[in-house]
Design a protein around this ligand. Structure first.
Ligand SMILES: *Cc1c(COP(=O)(O)O)cnc(C)c1O
Length: 420
């Protein structure tokens, strides 16, 4: 587990008196402290910026905290652009790394002066045709294909992925944009997901830096920023180790000195668009055990389900599970910890050694602060839970309420059905 739950049993019991489970809890102080560490590590570059991947935790309160820590936003849809704007993240601090983008969404980002990161060479013409002209600043998403190996199973092999431009296309794309009068250029790639090996990111940076040099030589275009994408992992499993930000930054700095400086590309701005390491370890899904079943296996059922946290059911992802007040109790039981969805993959933990769980115990699912509530859904008529922020002074603020049945039925024409 990468971060400890911040409340002891009596503190949590008090909170649950005010806010019944299930809910997400986020720790503002821990988010800020982590962000400061991340920023400090990358302060060895002339210009560095993290653009928080909004999809990981699309709540404007969280975005505002991150904005105060100097972050921009990485968006891939109109609502994500709107959320960033609500949080006061504006202009070039927003990078629009979308794919298969509708014209109206490009227009919205263009009108606000956001950085447009094109996912394909044909999007140059699509943009011109629909928006009228190209932006002053253009970024392209590079897909290295077979050039980049060792990518893990969540993101898959680059040559099988739908994203980005090929190597030949990337040179062509910069040439076209240069001839169209575009003034500022960036280069982006994203080839990892939940990767814990620092060397992987150093290698990605090397690949981008070398490509910048080649683009300069072949196209006469000076890239002003590289965006290393997201994909920095977190240690979901107890035996895994957190990525050392300093090690990644120093490794990338060595490549910067080797490639960027001698090719006269310095200062080259370094951007990330991480989501998972920024909020993941500092959010928890807090639940209550409501049923136990003793059949071929021992089951503990929670008042939350896969509709609140999809990762275990979808990817078989591991999330640490603890029981409030029993953190140090011996793990004498082996349970499947499950939710109420009519899908057998709705299991937060499978054959997990845990302390004995009594009905009414509060069960905490760890590392749920990114791609947690955000990936929730309403299948089976499930209502997604709310979100609570623990402020640095120890007070709590509900930053998203639970869904209600009225929310679920809001899109139905209930008057129409009476006369149907
Ligand atoms: C999902 C995504 C991210 C964030 O990924 P994390 O694993 O949460 O860091 C960044 N950029 C793009 C384009 C993405 O699709």
């Amino acid at each position: 587990m990468s971060s400890n739950f911040p409340l002891n049993k009596s503190q949590l019991d008090n909170l649950i008196n005010d806010f019944p489970t299930p809910f997400y809890l986020y720790d503002e102080a821990a988010i800020r402290e982590n962000m400061r560490k991340f920023t400090k590590a990358f302060s060895i570059f002339p210009v560095f910026r993290e653009h928080f991947a909004v999809k990981a935790c699309p709540n404007p309160y969280i975005l505002k905290i991150l904005a105060e820590e100097g972050c921009g936003a990485d968006c891939s849809s109109l609502p994500e652009l709107m959320l960033s704007e609500m949080a006061g993240i504006k202009g070039k601090k927003v990078i629009f790394t979308s794919n298969e983008t509708p014209a109206a969404e490009y227009q919205f980002a263009y009108d606000r002066g956001n950085i447009i990161n094109f996912d394909d060479i044909t999007h140059i013409d699509y943009f011109k045709k629909n928006v009228g002209k190209l932006p002053d600043t253009v970024c392209f998403r590079y897909n290295p294909g077979a050039e980049k190996q060792g990518c893990n199973s969540i993101i898959g092999k680059p040559e099988e992925s739908k994203y980005g431009l090929t190597r030949e296309q990337i040179f062509e794309a910069y040439k076209i944009c240069k001839s169209e009068g575009v003034k500022h250029f960036g280069l982006h790639t994203m080839v990892a997901s939940n990767e814990l090996n620092p060397a992987f990111f150093v290698d990605t940076a090397k690949l981008l830096f070398e490509l910048c040099a080649e683009i300069k030589e072949k196209c006469g275009v000076r890239i002003e920023f590289v965006d290393l994408g997201g994909g920095l992992g977190i240690p979901y499993k107890p035996e895994q180790k957190a990525v050392d930000y300093d090690e990644v930054a120093k490794g990338i700095r060595a490549e910067y000195d080797r490639v960027v400086v001698p090719n006269d590309l310095d200062p080259l701005e370094i951007y990330w668009e991480c989501g998972r390491p920024i909020t993941g370890p500092y959010g928890w899904l807090v639940t209550t055990a409501i049923h136990e079943k003793h059949i071929y296996r021992e089951y503990i059922a929670l008042d939350a389900c896969m509709a609140d946290l999809m990762r275990p059911g979808m990817y078989g992802a591991y999330h640490e599970v603890t029981v409030s007040g029993k953190e140090d109790a011996p793990k004498t039981k082996v349970y499947d910890v499950v939710g109420s969805l009519c899908e057998n993959c709705d299991k937060f933990a499978v054959q997990r050694a845990l302390p004995e769980i009594k009905m009414g115990d509060h069960v905490i699912i760890h590392d749920a602060g990114a791609h947690g509530r955000a990936m929730g859904f309403n299948y089976n008529g499930k209502l997604r839970c709310g979100e609570i922020l623990m402020r640095p002074d120890g007070t709590f603020k509900e930053i998203r309420r639970k869904e209600t049945i009225n929310d679920l039925f809001a899109t139905l024409d209930l008057d129409g059905v009476k006369n149907f």
